[in-house]
Write a protein of this length. Structure first.
Ligand code: NAP
Length: 247
């Protein structure tokens, strides 16, 4: 196969939907063998090289999934952690279950995926991990405590992984998307004052596409990013670059 990821084995969580699905498609176009995992929807990943039903917050299931990938392909070259949930609320009005669930899926799930693939990557002496944080990992947003906190945690997890495994040849970077049109953001579909205000906070004055995030993930997985690790790349139409005054 040709392409920037020719013959690499890339494991993508949250691969049935949105950014994960777009990343799976882009990785295949780049020549990779793509393993997709998601909590549900195996049939929507049937075109991938391997599709797995996986709850990323389940440590035993994560271990079994990575064992299956290694048994099938013999190695794992890249990981992209797209599985995630958007759970809302402030400290006093959020459901405690939502807090625990956001931590379990968004933060612990990302850590478990990295922890499961790292031994094989370290043994091979190379590998690339791309995590998905958010603009809300860098700034706060009202009524969004579980999500904000877990995405801030993903940023620090990414830096910690980069610090611990750089000497072994493993690169670990994060992407912080702005408003991307995916099933996660259906509440912002259709014209509404909230959608207009949110879009206006992005300097490019539009929402992003999952494919635009996927292209950045492919770059970070590839040798084109060979001296980049511990980085946070905003793919946010300029959201994090300026504070737009809404009038
Ligand atoms: P999406 O379309 O909802 O895709 C996320 C996928 O992860 C869904 O298929 C979801 O399944 C799955 N998932 C949820 N819990 C899981 C679990 N325990 N184990 C395995 N899979 C699980 O969302 P997206 O917009 O592509 O988001 C991808 C990543 O980018 C997320 O981490 C998100 O926080 C981040 N992000 C997105 C945006 C945006 O504007 N879209 C902005 C910033 C960051 P269900 O549908 O059943 O929940």
């Amino acid at each position: 196969m040709t392409g920037t990821l020719a013959d690499r084995v890339i494991f993508i969580t949250g691969a049935r939907s949105g950014i994960g699905r777009a990343t799976a498609d882009a990785a295949r176009r780049a020549g990779a063998h793509v393993v997709g995992a998601d909590i549900d929807g195996l049939e929507t990943m049937a075109d991938l090289d391997l599709a797995l039903a996986l709850d990323v917050s389940d440590p035993d299931a994560m271990t079994a999934a990575v064992e299956q990938i290694l048994k099938t392909f013999g190695r794992i070259d890249g990981l992209v952690t797209c599985a995630g949930l958007s759970l809302t609320g402030s400290a006093t009005d959020m459901a405690l279950d939502d807090w625990h669930k956001a931590l379990a899926v968004n933060l612990t799930g990302t850590m478990l995926a990295a922890r499961a693939v790292l031994p094989a990557m370290v043994a091979a002496g190379n590998g690339a991990i791309v995590t998905l944080a958010s603009i809300y990992g860098m700034t706060g947003s009202p009524g969004n405590t579980p999500y904000n906190v877990t995405k801030g945690g993903v940023l620090q997890l990414t830096r910690s992984l980069a610090a611990d495994y750089g000497a072994a040849g493993i690169r670990v970077n994060t992407i912080s998307p702005g408003f991307i049109e995916t099933p996660m953001t259906t509440m912002l579909q259709g014209e509404s004052p909230m959608r207009s205000a949110f879009i206006n906070m992005h300097l490019l004055k539009r929402a992003g596409r999952a494919e635009e995030v996927a292209k950045t993930a492919i770059f970070l997985l590839s040798d084109d990013a060979s001296f980049i690790t511990g980085a946070n790349i905003p793919v946010d139409g300029g959201f994090s670059a300026a504070q737009v005054i809404l009038v």
